[in-house]
Design a protein around this ligand. Structure first.
Ligand code: AMP
Length: 437
């Protein structure tokens, strides 16, 4: 028997409905904010992620699933390295959504000179070669948005406001949500700050782990995220980005907070919040749900340099992504049911083989009227059909006996009260819909 790959899941039944509910809620809410849906390919050239996410990130260094076509696989085995492949032949499964959307925006010129911003949302599977555990999968699902061409601090605030509203609509108790925000500075102020953090780590190199010493060289800000308790203690005294923002970044950050205050959004400033991907500039944010034990349920930030890294014109951008699986776990921990009830239906039962044609017509008519309709396809007895109807959570049964069919009539049976009425076959759909309403 085949088995699914470790860290992947089959989505079906109530779990699938929960995922669809997340997408429906996103379509409705993000649509109201002017976002259109986009779907980018699940595989991209490796360079799209290397340029976009950053060579020094864990995602690019350790977690990307590489894709090689069967025809090239032999070559790869023989040469033992990807280096023999042309850059275009080096592909990877997308580990996150932003780099692909930004690549698409550059390639299709979504934001030509002078145009209004492009506002896009997606709901897609992501792939990361992480060690699977609760809330950490190798194939997981994210809903995210990307807003390209809007430098204004109002865009940062609106993104965050929309995200918090999204969580509310999914059923989270807003008082349990913790929103953390920070500004990571930009090209003008971050390099000097980065150097200060690097110098700080090197000054404390005897107290810090190997990983952090490596981070000092390639991505020092990531040391704030180290899971090692000793590193955490040491980093508590490291220089904080807030004290090193340039005037423009400080002003932008102050504006974002002003807008959030005006909208009544509660937040905690966390000057050590540095998001894992290299592309963030200025505003970054993360949301946790108290007591859920699954870490961040969503996060995002501004990435004003990313369009250029993907080969486009300088274009500001901001976005966020939320993880479906973690949201499902967090909501379950709050006792909120995202799955909803199994759907009900109307069941059409026939008595005897000679009514099969009438069952077929009635079923077609009901489905044509938009009613979720089921029937028997296994030649079952009436009793067995009623049993099946109960299993399928039918609220009504349409019963067709030979005499009724001959008289152009049908019986509608209420499955809860067992009340029955005869109606003309010609008005069956209307009669059923009236009873369902
Ligand atoms: P990131 O792109 O790492 O900022 O992640 C954004 C969101 O995606 C997180 O807040 C999680 O909800 C979710 N997420 C990230 N990695 C995983 C994973 N391996 N498994 C499940 N969910 C994940």
């Amino acid at each position: 028997m085949g088995q699914k790959v470790q860290g992947t899941e089959d989505l079906y039944g109530g779990y699938m409905r929960a995922w669809q509910r997340m997408q429906d809620t996103a379509r409705e809410l993000f649509g109201a904010y002017g976002f259109d849906a986009i779907e980018t390919p699940a595989i991209e050239q490796v360079d799209t992620f290397v340029h976009g996410i950053g060579e020094s990130t864990d995602v690019v260094r350790k977690e990307m699933f590489r894709v090689v076509s069967g025809a090239l696989f032999g070559d790869l085995l023989e040469k033992g390295t990807e280096a023999g492949l042309k850059p275009r032949q080096r592909m990877a499964m997308r580990p996150e959504g932003t780099a692909g959307v930004v690549r698409a925006a550059v390639e299709n010129n979504f934001v030509p000179q002078g145009a209004a911003p492009a506002k896009l949302w997606y709901a897609e599977a992501m792939f990361r070669g992480e060690r699977p555990q609760k809330g950490r999968l190798r194939q997981f699902h994210q809903v995210g948005v990307e807003w390209l061409g809007a430098p204004d601090a109002a865009a940062d605030a609106e993104c965050i406001i929309m995200l918090m509203e999204y969580f509310k609509r999914l059923g989270f108790d807003p008082s349990k949500l913790r929103l953390y925000i920070n500004s990571m500075g930009d090209g003008a102020c971050r390099p000097a700050y980065r150097d200060k953090v690097k110098a700080f780590i090197l000054d404390h190199k005897d107290e810090m782990c190997e990983d952090c010493l490596e981070r000092a060289e390639i991505n020092p800000l990531r040391a704030f995220d180290c899971k090692n308790p000793r590193c955490h203690e040491v980093m508590a005294d490291a220089p904080l980005v807030n004290d090193h923002l340039c005037g423009d970044c400080a002003e932008h950050y102050a504006q974002v907070k002003k807008y959030l205050d005006e909208a009544g959004i509660a937040y905690t400033e966390d000057p050590t919040l540095v998001r894992g991907l290299d592309y963030y500039t200025r505003t970054v944010f993360e949301v946790e749900c108290e007591g859920s034990g699954v870490g961040a349920i969503g996060g995002g930030g501004r990435y004003d340099g990313l369009m250029e890294l993907e080969g486009g014109k300088p274009t500001p951008g901001i976005g966020f992504a939320v993880g479906f699986e973690r949201i499902a776990l967090a909501l379950a921990s709050q006792g909120v049911d995202l799955e909803g009830a199994d759907p009900s239906c109307v069941y059409v039962a026939g008595i005897g083989a000679e009514t099969r044609g009438a069952v077929f017509s009635a079923t077609l008519a009901l489905r044509g009227a938009g009613v979720r309709t089921e029937a028997d396809y296994q030649g079952r007895s009436l009793k067995a059909q009623f049993k099946q109807a109960d299993k399928l959570r039918a609220t009504l049964c349409v019963v067709l006996g030979p005499d009724e069919v001959a008289a152009g009539q049908a019986t509608i049976r209420d499955m809860a009260t067992h009340e029955q009425v005869q109606v003309p076959m010609a008005s069956l759909a209307d009669e059923v819909k009236a009873r369902l309403a």
